[in-house]
Design a protein around this ligand. Sequence first.
Ligand code: CA
Length: 251
Amino acid sequence: MNQPIGQPQQQDLRTTPRHQILVVEDESEIRELIRYNLEREGFAVEQEGDGASALARIRRRAPDLIVLDLMLPGMPGLEICRQVRADPERAHLPILVVTARGAEVDRVIGLEMGADDYVVKPFSPRELVARVRALLRRAGQTGESTSDGIYERGRLRIDYDTYQVWVAGERKTLALREFELLRFLVQHPMRVYTREQLLDMVWGRDTYVEPRTVDVHVRRLRQHLERDDANPTLILTVRSVGYRLDPNALD
Ligand code: CA
């Protein structure tokens, strides 16, 4: 096959594997716009127009990143997000949400449901490509897990498959919610989450729990993980906002 002429950047791309991006969007014009711009930047693009087919495709073979519209026929984008995050083998897949509604609530819910970043329609193709690149870079750099199911950094080791946690080599027994809160914070380092967001993410939207339940669980996690749980350096309180985890404290 002849190489296209006048596209010098394709030369470089042959030496590096191309990232596979799955674009899930029912509006064909927008899907086409995204596909065109991503392919022009050297990405390999697959497309789906509805949620169920997208999920089936992701389960057959995971792409490197998903660009996901929230308003989809059949299955809403947030449900795809949730199901991808619930699958241990897919849980780390970067997801860039595309939302028509600029509402804060959508953005927050998207991030709560496990999206990594978002763009609001109408978006500039350049912005979308920049965010895709940033997410792929972040995904490639994490390097903190030695295999899919193990997180290991400094004195902390987590086995996501068996729900076991070790701190400085010592096995810790965590309650299920404590484990899930820890997993969520570890997988979203440095970001500040309110108690309400943590409740939604870790306890689920359907259960009603008092926000101070989060404080109780954070206190227990600190007892397990902090060198001095009265002066925490790992799970930090952000005054009048919530909590964030600083993985640097593990080194
Ligand atoms: Ca749509």
